[in-house]
Design a protein around this ligand. Structure first.
Ligand code: SAM
Length: 282
């Protein structure tokens, strides 16, 4: 078993299989054992069933396999799969799945337990993966993801800041972020342009009691034009008279001149409830 940790070990494995990192697939591989160990410890996956997104050459996979009960290593790239198989060949608790994570049915990969998800995410598809996790939340307890620092800042953002947006509201709606830490771009090969962050979140057991489609329609409408007030943004997006919108906003205890980034999750829920009372009844 090769841990594929140092840069030279990774390079020799890539060379063995005639590969070079595929930029389009977001292949920036971890090459720092300390960071790998830190992520594994941080992920709290000991004794758990784990799904790893984007296993690549198996750098995290082999460490996860040491303590997790089972690891399902998902990887889209057939070529890097040869390295992954090589590295994991003696690990009986690793199942390799060659698939696009976005297309997977998470339920089929579990033994009826809620799984822990871990992944150094391919950055080109981070938001889609997050929304996929939200969609599959019934089967997931916690997830630990490595994302670009700037994405982490959006996920962690507080109302009233420029980083606060749709993604922040969705994250707060579904999850509680438990903890996070930043990682230097120097621990990857090839080295990406920006630093990263590792973030651990758990799905809320009781999420807000709303119709999600309608709720996020309102949230998206508010954020559709960030420079506008919520009144103007909603008026642009929804086929509802401005005076009625004003009334709903006031009913929610909000000022019509606020902007989307000023509203907390609770504000959005209250706004949704007022829409529900007034307009979504039929
Ligand atoms: N886990 C390895 C590590 O930490 O070094 C590799 C991480 S690399 C940032 C992201 C990996 O995700 C790549 O191996 C890439 O091929 C894979 N990937 C990209 N898009 C994917 C998708 N839609 N589904 C599954 N894997 C994907």
């Amino acid at each position: 078993m090769n841990a594929a940790i140092t840069k030279s070990e990774l390079l020799s494995l890539l060379e063995k299989y005639g590969l070079s990192p595929n930029k389009k697939l977001g292949q920036n591989f971890l090459v720092d054992e300390n960071v790998v160990r830190k992520i594994i410890l941080f992920s709290q996956t000991e004794g758990k069933e784990v799904i790893e997104i984007g296993a690549g050459p198996g750098t995290l996979t082999v460490y996860l396999a040491k303590t997790a009960q089972k690891v399902v290593a998902v990887e889209i790239d057939k070529k890097i799969l040869n390295v992954l198989k090589d590295v994991c060949q003696n690990l009986s608790n690793v199942q390799i799945v060659n698939s696009d994570f976005l297309e997977l049915n998470v339920k089929n990969l579990t033994n009826n337990n809620k799984v822990y998800v871990v992944g150094n995410l391919p950055y080109y598809v981070t938001s889609q993966i997050l929304f996929k996790l939200f969609k599959e939340r019934k089967y997931i307890e916690k997830f630990t993801i490595m994302v670009q620092k700037e994405v982490a800042q959006r996920l962690l953002a507080k109302p009233g800041t420029k980083e606060y947006g749709n993604l922040t509201v969705a994250m707060n709606f579904y999850c509680e972020i438990e903890d996070y830490f930043y990682v230097s771009k120097n621990v990857f090969y090839p080295k990406p342009e920006v630093d990263s962050a590792v973030l651990r979140a758990r799905f809320k057991i009781e999420k807000p009691n709303v119709d999600e489609k309608k709720f996020f329609k309102i949230v998206h409408a508010c954020f559709s034009t960030r420079r506008k007030t919520i009144l103007n943004a909603l008026s642009n997006q929804l086929d509802i008279a401005k005076d009625d919108l004003k009334m709903i906003i006031h009913m929610a205890g909000l000022d019509e001149n606020l902007r989307a980034e000023d509203l907390s999750l609770d504000n959005y829920i209250r706004l949704y409830q007022c829409f529900e009372e007034g307009f979504f009844k039929s």
